[in-house]
Ligand binder design. Structure first.
Ligand code: FCB
Length: 457
């Protein structure tokens, strides 16, 4: 295992500003389990996972890492790694068991214990209000396709910030609206599994609107609040210089990047993409676009890999074909089939800053999946993940040196967990979880991150 100082190409912690945030990111449905505990109701992911064929290994998040009960141990691990921040999400079905009801005291108590646990361990809490686990009762009334869900989300934001606002100052309204809207409602391989563009774009609009309306509400409840949103973004490349591929890439960019960042920064939905979606465009009411464009305190960027786009008329005018990456000839891919390209992180951050001047950036997710094995001596020698982490930190450092205002990095993820449609087949953790025994074991990558963080100045 290499140590921070053994490779001259690698930055040391001390090369970053002293107040830089070093965290791990997690999400409620992926780790908590305890699906029936203390008044939690069904989420769209419980329902989706119970539908045959939806999850590759037929599993669900019903038990997951049992973090609901084991969180003290998990936060101990985070502290021992040397982290100073921890990103988690709130399970809405633990807080509101019915639309318009009173918040569930036991659900609120759980997150209060969790947050107090973070503070006791020197971890700055970063709370995400929505990381995809919508209550199923809301989906039955149309879910995010309905404007009423925006108001239900504001109730959630209100309840959580009233209860935790004296201790949690950093709030992320939504994690990756692209996934909520497009994967969940157009591509259909995430919950709730719809495959309708019009629905997906209406969902997207309501998610963005709920963000915009939540920001002032959070600020009203939380003194010194810092509020933002986390987007999943990819640098895009055209497969060739052929103008058709370039045009396909630009169309893809319109939906994948500008559809989110333009309205968030007061530019409305991009005109070219609106033309392409035609009658599937969302219904927008007076004042919506102004609400969505509310100024935020930071932008969260989740980066995993770049996408290479090929023109393919069979995909229709809107959705371009993303080239399947192949390993070989200096090209690496992870076990998800995602290409490894650390420079893409710096490129992406620089582009977002140049295009939108969004204020401070935080990498709110970045990580890699490999088929880990536990060796006879108990070690998990995940060299490829360690390299992935090291090279992305080097890219982050380069970005910062080049003037990008990035102030924190959250590795995805602390623990192996329920990776959505892939079930438990995909491991992203710095910590290995044996799902039969719930034993946690630090992987070599986690040991490296810990050594980096303790490496000091
Ligand atoms: C992101 C999700 C996160 C996790 C990683 C691998 O898109 O936000 O929950 O699944 O991908």
């Amino acid at each position: 295992m290499s140590t921070p100082s053994s490779d001259p190409g690698l930055p040391r912690r001390g090369d970053f500003p002293q107040d830089f945030l070093w965290g791990c990111a997690t999400s409620s449905y992926q780790i908590e389990g305890a699906a029936d505990a203390d008044g939690r109701v069904e989420s769209i992911w419980d329902r989706f996972a119970a539908t045959p064929g939806r999850i590759r290994d037929g599993s669900s998040g019903a038990v997951a890492c049992d973090h609901y009960h084991r969180w003290p141990q998990d936060l101990d691990i985070a502290r021992d790694l040397g982290l100073n921040a921890y990103r988690f999400s709130i399970a809405w079905p633990r807080i509101f068991g019915e639309a318009g009801g009173a918040p569930n005291a036991k659900g609120l108590d759980f997150y209060e214990r969790l947050v107090d646990g973070m503070l006791e361990r020197g971890l700055q809490p970063w709370a995400t209000l929505y990381h995809w686990d919508l209550p199923q009762y809301l989906q039955e009334r149309g879910g995010w396709n309905e404007r009423a869900t925006v108001h239900a989300f504001l109730d959630l934001a209100d309840a959580m910030t009233r209860r935790l606002g004296d201790r949690v100052k950093h709030w992320i309204t939504h994690n990756e609206p692209w996934c909520t809207a497009i994967i969940g409602n157009y591509e259909g391989w995430h919950a709730p599994g719809n495959t309708d563009l019009r629905t997906a774009l209406q969902v997207c609009h309501h998610v963005l609107l709920s963000h915009g309306l939540a920001v002032p509400l959070i600020r009203a409840n939380v003194s010194d609040a810092k509020v933002g949103i986390s987007l999943s973004l990819h640098p895009l490349r055209a497969a060739t210089a052929d103008p058709r591929d370039v045009a396909a890439m630009e169309r893809h960019d319109g939906l994948r990047y500008r559809w989110f960042l333009d309205p968030l920064h007061g530019r409305g939905y991009p005109a070219q993409t609106l033309d392409l979606v035609g009658a599937s465009a969302p219904r927008v009411e007076d004042g919506d676009m102004e609400a969505i464009a509310v100024a935020t305190d930071f932008l969260g960027v989740n980066y995993y890999f770049p996408e290479t786009i090929v023109d393919d008329p069979a995909h229709g005018p809107l959705r371009a074909r993303v080239l399947e990456p192949q390993a070989g000839e200096g090209r690496e891919i992870t076990a998800m089939g995602w290409p490894v390209e650390p420079a893409g992180l710096a490129e992406l951050l620089a582009r977002v800053q140049r295009d939108y001047r969004p204020g401070p950036l935080y990498v709110t997710e970045n990580g890699s999946c490999y088929d880990d094995t536990v060796d006879a001596d108990g070690a998990i020698r995940d060299t490829a993940r360690t390299r992935y982490l090291q090279r992305h930190l080097a890219a982050l450092h380069a970005a910062q040196r080049d003037g990008v205002d990035v102030r924190g990095y959250f590795a995805w993820s602390l623990l192996d967990n329920f990776e959505w449609a892939e079930g438990y087949l995909r491991r992203f953790g710095l910590v290995h979880v044996d799902y039969a025994t719930q034993e946690r074991r630090l992987k070599d990558s986690g040991k490296w991150y810990g050594a980096f963080l303790h490496g000091g100045d």
